[in-house]
Design a protein around this ligand. Sequence first.
Ligand SMILES: [Zn+2]
Length: 378
Amino acid sequence: MSKTINLIPLLSPSLGSERSLKVIRWSGGDGPVTYLQAALHADEWGGIHCLHYLEALLDSALERGELLGTVIMVPVANPIGLGQHLNGYTVGRFDFDYSGNFNRNFPRLAPLAIPLLEARLGSDAEQNNRLVRETLRECLNDLSPQLEAEVLKQRLLELSLEADIVLDLHCDSEATLHLYANRRHQHTAAELAAFVGAPVLLLEESTEGAPFDDANAAPWWQLQEQFPQHAIRNGCFACTLELRGRTDIEAHLARQDAEGVFRFLQQQGVIAGTPERPQRLTEGTPLDGLDAVKAPLAGLVEYCKEVGDLIEAGERVAWIINPYADHHDNQRVPVYAKTGGLLFARRRDKMTRPGHTLAKIAGDHSLAFRKGGKLLEY
Ligand SMILES: [Zn+2]
């Protein structure tokens, strides 16, 4: 059993500068390989805090000889975004260098792997899974990204491709704990939600945006669907864990989250031990049942509901105050919920523009106006 630390250099973006990824690896037995990363959206720091405490828990587990598998940790997944400062603030969701959202458009490997695997797959599931993993890696290595952010995405995926379990740690603006996962992974995602105490699990059928979790997990079911005649087991559970809101950086929360993830890893056989089974707060709701309540106009947001409130369809969520309206009576415009459910996220910045999301409500049935596959963009 061992712990190693490596620095992986990224592409130099400009003369005289170069960034790197710190990779910590705990190697134990032949058990499952887990990959964790934080702050891919570089202005979402709760994951860095959680992994800070998880590192200590993993060190202790290693010392006690309890590591049954391998854990790979990238505590700062996006040094590019962390370097993006504007007027004193970190602006880390979109790349300043025009490659877009840092958590979209990871390489889609299944279409590249299909022609290669046609001649390679056989009838043995173990052998097929090894071949799939090797072929996905081969396809990833064959890519020639140009931009610094594209190289970052390739490096992160290189590190995570060997993992059976991939956890991508993010956070929202103001929020409760919540998770995004594919419906095919509902069971394991609901277990993770229970271990960390998350009341919301959003389940997507399939996504088109190629976020990091999907880039790891989707090739497996896409290849299963492509090759029904060959036995291929599901090789990767991946999900996005949203650790509350951006300003929820508190020691007791980070420690609690790290302990929740640690117990999940025990339950998954990565670390020895039998954790107590927690109470499940959710079995999951459809992502296309999520009502992202939009602002119809610009103005000051005065919320009527708190994060964690149960909302009924048609209830008023907020007022938008527009001082430019002629009469004082007309200055307040109500905004209503289109579905019932838990209001799990709100906007921290209370001055809105039209079309901005004011609140997210996890409804339990699909909404006709939502389009599947678009994540939160519709
Ligand atoms: Zn994020």
